[in-house]
Ligand binder design. Sequence first.
Ligand SMILES: [Zn+2]
Length: 263
Amino acid sequence: MRIRFDAVDEGSNGYPDVVMFRKLRRELAKIRYYSATPRANRWTRASNLALFISLPLAAALTLTFDHVVIRSRSVDQISGVVLEQGQGIFSGVIGFTDYQSELWQRGQPYAEFTLNAPFHRTGWPVATSERRLPAQLDINYFDEPGTQSNVLLPENSPIGRVIESALTNHSDQEMLVRWQQPKSEVRRLWWGWVFSIVMLWILLCVLANIALGMTRIVWIVSHRRRSRERKQRKVHGKCAKCGYDLRGLDFHARCPECGSEQE
Ligand SMILES: [Zn+2]
């Protein structure tokens, strides 16, 4: 915006400041006029409404995806062996699978065990949480066929104590915690939440505006067709609304068929 002051010359009215001020005011008014937002119609109102509704919807979707969408899953695993040393005395060894090893001589093989601690990253379109699920215990008792999965040992079970002490001796405190935690430990990734909500908000707004645009096109097309039809009917002396033939009627301010006013 260029503001011209060349009309201001001293002596024209003796108050160049006043002229300058008026010009400036005119220019500001012009700027205001051209930068004003266009008058709201039903479509811009619908678009604004979609903008507002999309935000809580995006937050709700992020929360749902955080629980439902598993992006990646991995399992921390620790295996070991329980040895029986007679008279109901057991000991456990972590990571002991070499049956020929001298460690094997410590006792009679009683059971093999594996602790599986699942780790999930959840959320969409980006990860919003890291979930450390409680570790599950699989035991294979050598005197029984097959492996028992997800075994819940009774409290103070000797096997449970053996596994606990084996984990402690092996400095696997983390796995011990994972095994003893009653439910999943969830770490929220807050930037992921912000990013997910914003992304979904934008996506929902774009989809809503596409839907609105398509509705608007359909509306315009049908509106044009209707008005063309009305015009055609009027030209042929028929009721614009229902097409009833009005020719030969003395009064045709109103259609006798549908009662609509005729222009
Ligand atoms: Zn009519």
